[in-house]
Each structure stands twice: as structure tokens, then as C-alpha cells.
Write a protein that binds this ligand. Structure first.
Ligand SMILES: Cc1cc2nc3c(=O)[nH]c(=O)nc-3n(C[C@H](O)[C@H](O)[C@H](O)COP(=O)(O)OP(=O)(O)OC[C@H]3O[C@@H](n4cnc5c(N)ncnc54)[C@H](O)[C@@H]3O)c2cc1C
Length: 358
């Protein structure tokens, strides 16, 4: 029988960051994950963007989440001697004079003002970039090489024995007053479900209002395109180095396609041609499912009726920015101190739990 403090199910961004934080605090952690090439985390473009969408909406708690995320990813860079985080300006291109006027008119009193370095009303002349109406230069954002980061952690986990490369079978877990026993082989004080969108099928958590949606990204080669910033207009264009860019992302609601689609490829290619006239070649296409939530806020915290069981996820399209700070908050709660943010606590949905799930 293996004993651990925390057994985590899932090693995407949610599980990996939580596992890391708990191990750093000295706990014995065991993580189950069979390794899934098309998990949301392995597909993600890795963008951390404080001001999103056409509405120029400030991302939820960006001022607190962003610095925590940067610090976290930089600490992992030091640990592995590998680069994961790239601080990069984001140039949000105005699509029309109307959009330009509307943003300028609203700019003074906006909560996002601290994230906007400059607003420009004419084409800044970035090589290959079509921006006749100017745009907004955003600061404090950047992007993370999520797949590489998770791979580095997984290599360590397999070597040190805390990552078990297998699916967790929820029918084999028994919860009792002192914690959980799994398949007669593992004893854990606490189990945390970090399954991403797969949690919709979890027997303990299927009542949570997860509303998964599928997304696709393209990696393209476009040698002449300016790579000094992330570009954003309809699509984001994230520089990967060596003339490569990641272009994303599509949104598709169920029923999901079994994998990548020609429709998404055409949609993303069309969106890229709005940003640049330069020729490009698609070199890779990937699809994954985002663990989105009805109210677009994360889901964290203990199961309302099963002691020794918690949930960590619901990160939607913002996992890169959310995961580090929320992992620390959940770790505090698992240690019995600190308050989960009410908007992120799954307690807000406790009333949805059917009486039979306990
Ligand atoms: C196309 C696309 C682009 C995106 N771009 C961005 C972006 O630019 N910036 C951003 O912040 N976010 C982005 N996202 C969203 C981001 O990927 C998610 O918010 C985040 O990765 C979710 O992490 P997660 O760990 O909750 O889920 P996942 O990454 O899906 O991980 C869940 C893990 O649980 C494992 N698992 C599931 N069930 C079991 C089981 N029974 N036993 C063991 N293991 C199990 C899976 O194998 C998987 O590894 C994007 C998503 C998509 C699809």
C-alpha cells in the first residue's frame, strides 16, 4: 500500500500547478494521468492576455493573477534551466475607424488603463502587419510554452515516482473518515479531481455546470511577419520563434468533432489573412476541449458532501493566467487556512448537487 497526502487526478495545467505547489510545501503527492496529447493544456497557445475580446474587457482579477503567474513560470524556468515564459507586448489591432474611436473615447476611465501602454491611431508599420487604423499596445502579458512545461514536469514525475501514467478509475476509490483508498493499493488523505473537461463524466462532480467547448489552433510558418509581439485581431498570432506562429483559436459547442477539422483550418487561415497579406504555410493543427463553466469562473474547493475530495478546474480559455494563483489558494484551503474567492469556489453551485450523490 502506497501512502500519500494528496492524490491528484489529471496533470494538465490545473493538476500540474497544484501538484507542484503541494510538493513545494512538503506534501507527498501522487498524480494519475495517462498523458493525453490533445488535452486542453497541450493544445493551448499559452497566451496570457489581460484585456480580451472586441469589448476590451479586463480579464477577471488580472491585476492579481498575472504577476503570480509570471513569478510561478519564472520559478519553473530556474528549476529546469529551460525557457517557458516569454513576456511580450500584445498589439490589439483596431478593425475599423469606429472601433478606434470607441476605444479612444472609453480609454480614460477604463479599469484596463494600467495594461494599455499606448493607443495608436495610425499604422505603426510592423513588418507584414495590416493595421491601417492603428491599435492598442497592451503590456504585462505574454505567453507560456505549456506543452514543454508540462513535459518537463512529467519527466521529473516519472523519474521520481510521483506521476503515475495511468487513468484513474473512480469506481475503485472508497472514501472514509480518514481519507480515501484507491484500488486497494493507494491510501490518500485527500483526492483532488483535476480532470479538465472530462470531469463532466466524473461520478462525483458531473452536477457541476461545466460547459466544455472545443477549440483548434494552427501553427504556421510566415518568415517575414513581425515576431516582436503577439498580434490580435479576431485571431491571436503568437510568435514561437524561427518564423513560426500559433494562430488561434476557434470555439465550437457540442457536438464536438473527433479531432481537427478543415472548417477550423479555413476559418483560422482566413482570420490570419486579415492580419497579414504575407504568404504562410500551415505546419501543424491541433484540437482540444476547454473546461469552460457556465458563469465563466473557475471551480475550486471541497465536495459538499464527500469528505477528503476536492475539485480544481473550470479554467475555460484562461488556464495559463489562472492556474498558478488558484493552485496556491486551493493549497491554502486544503491546509485548512485561507478563504477561497467566493466567485471561484464551487460552493456557489452546491444547490445543483443531486441528493443521491453523497
Ligand atoms: C485550442 C485551445 C487554445 C487555448 N489557448 C489558450 C491560451 O492561449 N491561453 C490560456 O490561458 N488558455 C488557453 N486554452 C485553455 C487552456 O488550455 C485551459 O484553460 C487549461 O489547459 C485547462 O487545464 P486543465 O488542467 O483543467 O485541463 P486539461 O489540460 O484538459 O487537463 C486535464 C488532464 O486530466 C487528465 N485526465 C482526465 N481524466 C482522467 C482520469 N480519469 N485519470 C487520469 N487523468 C485524467 C487528462 O489526461 C489531462 O491531462 C486553450 C484551449 C484550447 C482548447
Amino acid at each position: 500500500m502506497t501512502d500519500c497526502d494528496f492524490l491528484l487526478v489529471g496533470h494538465g495545467l490545473a493538476g500540474a500547478t497544484l501538484a507542484y505547489v503541494l510538493r513545494e510545501r512538503g506534501y507527498r503527492v501522487l498524480v494519475y494521468d495517462p498523458g493525453q496529447a490533445n488535452s486542453a493544456s497541450n493544445v493551448a497557445a499559452g497566451l496570457m492576455n489581460p484585456v480580451a475580446g472586441k469589448r476590451f474587457a479586463l480579464s477577471w482579477r488580472a491585476a492579481e493573477l498575472l504577476p503570480a503567474a509570471v513569478e510561478f513560470y519564472q520559478s519553473l524556468e530556474q528549476r529546469f534551466g529551460q525557457s517557458f515564459f516569454t513576456a511580450a507586448p500584445i498589439f490589439k489591432i483596431f478593425g475599423s475607424p469606429e472601433e478606434q474611436h470607441s476605444v479612444l473615447a472609453r480609454s480614460a476611465e477604463q479599469p484596463w488603463a494600467g495594461f494599455v501602454a499606448a493607443l495608436v491611431t495610425t499604422d505603426p508599420g510592423l513588418p507584414g502587419v495590416h493595421a491601417p487604423h492603428g491599435g492598442a499596445w497592451l503590456q504585462h502579458g505574454g505567453h507560456v510554452a505549456v506543452r514543454e512545461l508540462l513535459a518537463a514536469l512529467a519527466v521529473e514525475g516519472l523519474r521520481d515516482g510521483w506521476l503515475h501514467p495511468a487513468a484513474f478509475d473512480w469506481s475503485q476509490v472508497v472514501f472514509g473518515p480518514a481519507g480515501a483508498t484507491y484500488a486497494g493499493q493507494v491510501r490518500a488523505r485527500h483526492v483532488v479531481c483535476c480532470e479538465g473537461a472530462a470531469a463532466v463524466r466524473n461520478p462525483y462532480f458531473s452536477w457541476l455546470p461545466l460547459t466544455p467547448n472545443q477549440g483548434e489552433v494552427l501553427d504556421v510558418e510566415c518568415a517575414e511577419l513581425s515576431a516582436a509581439q503577439v498580434l490580435n485581431r479576431g485571431a491571436y498570432v503568437v510568435p514561437l520563434g524561427d518564423g513560426r506562429f500559433r494562430v488561434g483559436a476557434t470555439y465550437r459547442w457540442p457536438p464536438f468533432a473527433p479531432g481537427i477539422t478543415a472548417v477550423a483550418r479555413e476559418e483560422l487561415a482566413a482570420r490570419l489573412t486579415v492580419v497579414t497579406d504575407l504568404p504562410f504555410a500551415v505546419v501543424e493543427q491541433r484540437a482540444g476541449v476547454r473546461p469552460a463553466v457556465r458563469d465563466r469562473r473557475p471551480l475550486l474547493g471541497p465536495h459538499p458532501t464527500v469528505p477528503g475530495l476536492s475539485f480544481c478546474g473550470g479554467y475555460g480559455s484562461k488556464g495559463v493566467m489562472l492556474a498558478p494563483r488558484l493552485a496556491a489558494l486551493l493549497a491554502d484551503a486544503l491546509e485548512g487556512h485561507g478563504e477561497l474567492w467566493p466567485e471561484a469556489s464551487l460552493q456557489r453551485y452546491n444547490a445543483l448537487q443531486p441528493a443521491s450523490v453523497s
